[in-house]
Design a protein around this ligand. Structure first.
Ligand code: ADP
Ligand code: ZN
Length: 727
C-alpha cells in the first residue's frame, strides 16, 4: 500500500456530504492509503479515510494537516474497490457509501477519544448494590471495555458509582478501547449426518468454498428441508480455510435459536451485527472483523459493509425477503451487494430460500449462478396441506373475518393442544376509521395516507411518517360525536375476534409495534415457540425464519390482500409470502395445514399457491415480465422528486422529461413524472419517474448523465433507486 511521508499531499474521503475527497497534509509519522484518520473540517474534526494522492487543485498554502491516524486496522484495497463499485452501481455519492462502512460506535473521532472502563484487579472496600451491578455488568462481558455512559447505562447506576470504583482500583480507566476477540469456532466438531440430497448439496458448496474463487449458488428447498444444515457445512469449510464467513438473515430471524444452532455445530457463538445488540458489542464486532479475530458473523444487511479481512463466504438466507432492500438513505439490495463484494474478494455466495426471487431464477437460467435443490423436508415430514376457503360460500356476519370453516379448524387444534396462527399482514386494530355521519376517513395531516387505529397504544398512527394522535371523540370534519367507526381488520382486531370465539384460549398478537424493543419481541417469540400461547395472530413478522414446533395450523385471513394494486411484483410477493407463512405449520413431529380465506380461488396466483406448482408459477411470471420488458428481464431506475411545493417538483420533473436525450441514446423509455404510489409523506409531495431499459443497456451511466444536466435547488430532493422494488 502506498505510504505518505509527513507533510505529503493526500486526498481524504470523509463521511461529510461533499462531492469529492479533500486534500490534507500527512501527519507526523506519515500515513498510508486506507488509514482511518481524523481531519479538521471548518471548526470540526471529522472522520475520513486516506484515499489517494492529493490532487493539489487549490491553494497549497491553505491545505491543512490531518490531526491523527486512528488506531484501527486500515481499510483494505478490496473494501475501497467494493465501495467504489457499489457507489457506481447505486449512483450513490462516495461519502454516503463510506458512512455505511464506518458505522461503528467508537469510530467517530469524538467517541474513540473517550476513556473506556474495564475490570481492575482490586476488590472494592465496601460492596453496595449499585457497585455490585457495575461489576456484574463488566463480568458478563469478560475483557470488553465500555465508555462511561455505556457502563452506567448497562448497570443502571449514575456515573459517580463507576468513578468511585475507579478510585479504588476495582475498575480501571484506559485511553483506547480494547476489545476481546471472539471465541474460536471449531469447524471439525461433528455436524449432523446429512441425509438424502443434503449431502450432495453440502459437498458441492464445500468444494466451491475450497476452490478459493468467486461463485454464486442458489440453494432452494422448502422450509424444513435442511438448507441451514447444508450451508453450515459451507461455513465449516470456510473456517477450515482460515477465512471469514458472513450469514445474513432478515433482521427478525436473528433469534437465539439460530445462535444456538451455530453453537451446537461449532462449539461457540458467532459475532452478531444488527440493531438488537449493544453499542459496545457492535464496536467490538467491527474491530474484531477488521483484525480477523471474528471468523463467523451473523447479521442484518448492513453487515456487508463490515471491514472483513478475508471474507470467503456470504450466505444470504431467505434471499427473496424484501427487507434486504434498504429503502432509505443509500438504496441498495443486500443480495446484489453480497454478490458484488464476493466477486471482488474471491468469495462464494449462497442464496438460500424456499421461494427464490425471480432475479435469482433468471441468473440461474442465464448460467451465472449455480443451483442446488433440496427436494423434501427433513425426515420426510410432509409439507403442510394447503387448502382454500371460498369466502363466497361462508356465512359470516359483518365485522367478522374468521369463517365458520376456519373456526372449526382452530377448535380442533385447541382440543389437541396444538397452536394455530392467524396471519394478516396489517398492523393495528383497523386500517380505516370512518365517520358514519359524513363519510370522512381520518387521514394523516402530513401524508397521503390514512391513520390506522392502534387500540393497544390507544392512538391513531400514520404508518408512513409515524405520527400519532389520540383517537378523537368527534369527527374532525363534521364535528358530530360518537359516529367514528373502525372499518376493516388489523391484527389487534383479529385477536379480539379470536378471543371472543375462544374465550378459554391464550391469544397473542405478534406485531412489531407491540414491543418496546427488538430484544423484547424476540424473547416473546421464543416463549411462544415454547408453547406460551394457543392462538397467535401475526403480521409478516411471523413468516420469517423462526420454528414454532407446536404450530400445526396456519389460517390466512385474507389471501387476496397482496394481489390488489398494479405492482408487477404483487404476484411474486404474494406467492412467496403465502408459501413461507404456510411453511410455519407442521415443522416438528406433527403434520401441518394451511387454510387460505379467499374470494377468488380461481385466481392463477392463488391456484399456484395451493397446488405448490412452483415451476409453473415462475414460468408464467417470467413470461409476463419478459413481455413487459421489466426486471429481471429488463432494467429499471426509479427517480423520486419530493418537495413541500408540488409545483416546484413538477417543474423539475417536466424539465427532466424534456431533456431525456441521454436516456434515449441508450434506447431507454421514460415514464412520468406522476404522483408516486404514496403521493405525500411528511408534508413533502412526491413524484416518481421510471426509466426502463434493455437488460444490456448502460443504465447507470445514462441516468447519471441525464441527471447531471440539472441542479437540484431549494427544497427539492431527488433520489435514484436502481432496480426499484415496485414498478
Ligand atoms: P431450512 O433451513 O431449510 O428451513 P433446517 O436446516 O432449519 O431447514 O432444518 C429443519 C429441521 O430439521 C431443523 O431442526 C434441523 O436441525 C433438522 N434437520 C435437517 N437436516 C437434518 C439432518 N441431516 N439431521 C438431523 N436433523 C436435521
Ligand atoms: Zn403521516
Amino acid at each position: 500500500m502506498t505510504r505518505f511521508a509527513p507533510g505529503d499531499l493526500v486526498a481524504v474521503l470523509t463521511t461529510q456530504p461533499l462531492d469529492r475527497a479533500l486534500d490534507y497534509r500527512a501527519p507526523e509519522g506519515g500515513c498510508g492509503v486506507g488509514d482511518f484518520v481524523e481531519v479538521p473540517l471548518g471548526p470540526r474534526k471529522v472522520l475520513g479515510v486516506v484515499w489517494d494522492e492529493g490532487i493539489g487543485s487549490y491553494d497549497l498554502s491553505k491545505v491543512r494537516a490531518m490531526n491523527r491516524v486512528l488506531d484501527v486496522a486500515p481499510m483494505r484495497d478490496e473494501m475501497r474497490q467494493f465501495l467504489t463499485r457499489a457507489a457506481e452501481y447505486t449512483l450513490t455519492p462516495m461519502p454516503a457509501m463510506l458512512r455505511l462502512a464506518t458505522r461503528s460506535p467508537g469510530l467517530g473521532s469524538d467517541v474513540s477519544m473517550r476513556k473506556v472502563y474495564a475490570r481492575g484487579g482490586v476488590e472494592p472496600d465496601r460492596i453496595t448494590d449499585a457497585r455490585r451491578r457495575v461489576l456484574e455488568a463488566l463480568a458478563e462481558y469478560g475483557d470488553l471495555s465500555f465508555t462511561l455512559s455505556e457502563l452506567s447505562e448497562m448497570a443502571g447506576v449514575g456515573s459517580s458509582v463507576v468513578k468511585g470504583l475507579v478510585k479504588q482500583g476495582a475498575v480501571i480507566e484506559r485511553d483506547t478501547p480494547r476489545d476481546a476477540p471472539y471465541p474460536r469456532l471449531d469447524p471439525d466438531l461433528p455436524g449432523k449426518v446429512l441425509a438424502g440430497n443434503q449431502a450432495g448439496a453440502a459437498d458441492t458448496l464445500v468444494r466451491a468454498v475450497a476452490s478459493g474463487t468467486y461463485g454464486t449458488t442458489m440453494l432452494r428447498g422448502v422450509t424444513g428441508s435442511g438448507k441451514t444444515e447444508v450451508y453450515l457445512e459451507a461455513v465449516a469449510e470456510c473456517l477450515r480455510q482460515g477465512r471469514q464467513a458472513l450469514v445474513l438473515l432478515p433482521e427478525i430471524a436473528l433469534t437465539s435459536e439460530f445462535l444456538s444452532r451455530v453453537e451446537a455445530r461449532f462449539g461457540a457463538k458467532p459475532a452478531e451485527w444488527h440493531h438488537g445488540v449493544t453499542q459496545t458489542e457492535r464496536r467490538r464486532c467491527w474491530r474484531m472483523v477488521g483484525e480477523g479475530a471474528a471468523s463467523l458473523i451473523v447479521g442484518a444487511r448492513s453487515a456487508l459493509f463490515l471491514p472483513f479481512r478475508d471474507l470467503g463466504l456470504v450466505v444470504v438466507d431467505e434471499e427473496h425477503d424484501t427487507s434486504y432492500k434498504q429503502e432509505d438513505g443509500v438504496l441498495y439490495s443486500a443480495r446484489d451487494m453480497a454478490v458484488l463484494r464476493a466477486s471482488i474478494c474471491k468469495a462464494q455466495v449462497v442464496l438460500a430460500s424456499a421461494t427464490p426471487s425471480l432475479e435469482t431464477w433468471a441468473n440461474v437460467e442465464a448460467g451465472k449462478y449455480g443451483a442446488l435443490t433440496l427436494t423434501s423436508r427433513f425426515g420426510d415430514r410432509a409439507m403442510p396441506q394447503m387448502r382454500a376457503i371460498d369466502m363466497r360460500g361462508e356465512d359470516l356476519p359483518g365485522g367478522r373475518w374468521v369463517s365458520p370453516s376456519l373456526q372449526a379448524q382452530i377448535a380442533d387444534r385447541l382440543e389437541r393442544g396444538e397452536q394455530s396462527l392467524l396471519f394478516l399482514n396489517r398492523r393495528g386494530y383497523a386500517p380505516v376509521t370512518l365517520c358514519r355521519a359524513c363519510g370522512e376517513m381520518i387521514a394523516c395531516d402530513h401524508c397521503d395516507a390514512r391513520m390506522v387505529e392502534h387500540r393497544f397504544l390507544k392512538r391513531l398512527v400514520c404508518h408512513q411518517c409515524g405520527e400519532t394522535k389520540p383517537m378523537p371523540e368527534v369527527c374532525p370534519s363534521c364535528k358530530v360525536e360518537g359516529k367514528l367507526a373502525a372499518v376493516g381488520p388489523g391484527v389487534e382486531r383479529m385477536a379480539e375476534e379470536a378471543a371472543a370465539l375462544f374465550p378459554d384460549a391464550r391469544v397473542e398478537v405478534l406485531s412489531s409495534d407491540m414491543y418496546q424493543s427488538a430484544r423484547a419481541l424476540k424473547a416473546r417469540i421464543e416463549a411462544i415457540a415454547a408453547g406460551d400461547a394457543d392462538i397467535v395472530v401475526g403480521t409478516q413478522l411471523v413468516a420469517k425464519g423462526h420454528n414454532f414446533p407446536l404450530l400445526t395450523l396456519v389460517g390466512v385471513i385474507d389471501a387476496d390482500l397482496g394481489l390488489q394494486g398494479s405492482d408487477l411484483r404483487a404476484a411474486e410477493r404474494t406467492f412467496q409470502l403465502m408459501r413461507q407463512v404456510a411453511g410455519r405449520a407442521g415443522r416438528a413431529e406433527r403434520p401441518g395445514e394451511a387454510w387460505l380465506q379467499t374470494f377468488q380461488p380461481e385466481h392463477h396466483v392463488i391456484k399456484s399457491i395451493l397446488s405448490g406448482d412452483e415451476d409453473g408459477f415462475w414460468a408464467a411470471e417470467a413470461a409476463e415480465r419478459k413481455a413487459a420488458g421489466v426486471p429481471p428481464y429488463g432494467r429499471m431506475a426509479g427517480i423520486v422528486l419530493s418537495s413541500p411545493d408540488m409545483q416546484a417538483a413538477f417543474d423539475l420533473g417536466n424539465h427532466l422529461a424534456r431533456i431525456d436525450g441521454p436516456l434515449r441514446r441508450i434506447g431507454a423509455v421514460l415514464y412520468g413524472p406522476a404522483p408516486a404510489p404514496i403521493a405525500r409523506i411528511r408534508g413533502r409531495h412526491r413524484l416518481r419517474m421510471l426509466v426502463k431499459a434493455e437488460k444490456s443497456a448502460p443504465l447507470q451511466s445514462a441516468v447519471s448523465e441525464w441527471l447531471a444536466q440539472v441542479r437540484v435547488k431549494g427544497d427539492i430532493r431527488l433520489s435514484v433507486d436502481i432496480d426499484p422494488q415496485s414498478f
